[in-house]
Design a protein around this ligand. Structure first.
Ligand code: NDP
Length: 433
């Protein structure tokens, strides 16, 4: 705490993982002897830089850029970039820390990292976003590389931003190094199903949780928070599997649509026009927009928080439980507060933590890297099938680990223990580095 003052989200993420590890270090005391935990609390490298750029009015703007290269024992640093005004060092460290264990759970050869900026793309023109991205990459490029550090998107960073970032990397380095960024467009080295992967993967994971408990997603009533990349494709997959998504949101409020969210309209509003979620309700008969209050007041069987960290607190969890909630799978990173997780656990709600449930995005990024390395391009069906297999195997791994430690059904423990063990073993094998 003294070494990382004010980094509340980082403390929260570290406490969440360390709180699980008692039984693991009792079984493997050599992890403690080799100070594995202390080492994991300190990122391998933290980069903070100035990002100057000029807005459309000719005014110079200054933002702060970050890249936390957290752990490279399993492979090159891998994790997204977030552009949001709330981003600070503690945010990037929390996300980077989570990413280490998530990436381990995928079984792919990728280390953990995360980055971003306090730049707010909302309301900015394409030209402003481009100039910002070019300036951001003008510093970041020297830290990246196919074998070093491979960023992707996150909140506020989608295909448009990755395009500008990749263009500037290519220009500065004079190298068409496709494997340096993931989430690229299909015409220039991207992978089919990457856009859909985090949302689809979260629902595949929820389906496995349901199946394991003798339940099904078919016929369920589902609430998905957010309406960005993860949320949209979670809604698409739930609908395809026979569930009904009755509500989604953005930071301005939420919409309730008892007939089921109209995916085409949602994509038009959010992806094409970049409008607020109220525009969905304005154009959809029967849908209502709620500006104040919490989306978690809407009763559901399955909750998929897909917006941002700490968006679902203890009070919201109690409300959901009182309405008969059965399953939560985190599409976002750390969206449920520790109090909310406790409520779910006590109520016997199946709870899938983000580092397992939303790992499909980064896993498909690793599949994009494979395609880039082999100069190949797979079909959507093949890539989606690989994603499905990866999510099933993460579920299996988490469940088996929890059972092995006598904690059946404890997905939080299973994910933390399994991810940590793989990383710790690799650290031990490589000596004190
Ligand atoms: P997007 O920027 O595409 O969408 C984010 C959505 O969440 C928007 O609807 C946004 O609303 C809402 N949101 C963001 N911040 C807040 C806030 N402070 N309060 C309320 N709503 C908010 O991001 P993604 O969909 O890519 O990411 C969503 C979550 O999923 C994040 O936690 C991210 O780390 C995680 N994730 C993403 C992966 C990916 O592949 N993209 C992979 C794994 C995890 P508004 O537009 O109003 O801000």
């Amino acid at each position: 705490l003294r070494r990382n003052p004010g980094e509340h989200e980082f403390h929260q993420a570290v406490e969440e993982v360390l709180g699980s590890l008692g039984p693991v270090v009792r079984r493997h005391p050599h992890y403690l002897e080799a100070s594995v935990i202390e080492r994991l609390c300190e990122p391998e490298r933290q980069i903070i830089f100035r990002v100057p750029w000029t807005d459309d009015a000719g005014q110079v703007q200054i933002n702060r850029g970050f890249r936390v290269e957290y752990s490279s024992v399993l492979g090159p640093y891998k994790g997204g970039l977030r552009f949001h005004p709330s981003v600070m060092l503690g945010t990037v460290k929390f996300l980077g820390f989570e990413q280490i264990f998530k990436n381990a759970l995928t079984g792919m050869p990728i280390g953990g990292g995360k980055g971003g900026s306090d730049f707010d793309p909302k309301g900015r023109s394409d030209a402003e976003v481009m100039r910002f991205c070019q300036s951001f990459m003008t510093e970041l490029y020297r830290h990246l590389g196919e074998y070093t550090d491979v960023p992707a998107g996150d909140i506020g960073v989608g295909g448009r931003e990755i395009g500008y970032l990749f263009g500037q990397y290519k220009r500065i380095t004079n190298r068409y190094e496709a494997g340096v960024l993931t989430g690229k467009g299909l015409a220039w080295g991207g992978s089919r199903a990457r856009t859909e992967a985090t949302g689809f993967g979260t629902v595949y994971f929820a389906r496995e949780m349901a199946r394991h408990a003798g339940l099904s997603l078919e016929g369920t009533r589902v609430v998905v928070s957010g309406s960005g990349n993860v949320a949209i494709y979670a809604i698409a997959k739930v609908t395809e599997l026979g569930g009904t998504v009755v509500a989604c949101s953005d930071s301005s409020g939420y919409v309730v649509d008892e007939a089921g969210i109209d995916l085409e309209l949602l994509r038009e509003v959010k992806e094409e026009r970049r409008e607020r979620i109220s525009a969905y309700a304005a154009r959809r008969p029967g849908a209502t927009f709620v500006a104040a209050g919490s989306i978690w007041d809407v009763p559901c069987d399955v909750a998929l928080p897909c917006a941002t960290q700490n968006e679902l607190d203890e009070a919201a969890a109690r409300q959901l439980v009182s309405h008969g909630l059965e399953i939560v799978a985190e599409g976002a990173n750390m969206p449920c507060t520790p109090g909310a997780v406790r409520v779910f656990r006590e109520a016997g709600v199946l709870f899938g933590p983000g580092k397992a449930a939303n790992a499909g995005g980064v896993a498909t990024s690793a599949l994009e890297m494979q395609q880039n390395a082999s100069r190949d391009s797979w079909t959507f069906e093949h890539t989606d099938a690989r994603l499905g297999q990866i999510m099933t195997s993460i579920h299996e791994r988490v469940v088996t680990t929890a059972e092995d430690y006598g904690r059946p059904g404890d997905y939080v423990f299973g994910a933390n223990a399994s991810g940590f063990t793989q990383v710790a073993d690799a650290m031990l094998a490589m000596g004190v580095i």
